[in-house]
Design a protein. Sequence first.
Length: 70
Amino acid sequence: MSAGILESVLTCPHCNFVEQETMPTDACQFYYECSRCKTMLRPKPGDCCVFCSFGSVPCPPIQQQRGCCG
Ligand SMILES: [Zn+2]
């Protein structure tokens, strides 16, 4: 099965630190700690996970338009 793109580049909204992360295919990642400023990122309202809010690519369930978390 195709899981879509699994590599996403997260940009910290506080310090603009950019980091490439591999997304889980079967779960949403709700929290992400910036490795530079140690800010705990959470999704913006309406987004399901930190990758949808801060990543370069939406999370796999969104890519496949099947939704997640709900
Ligand atoms: Zn940061």
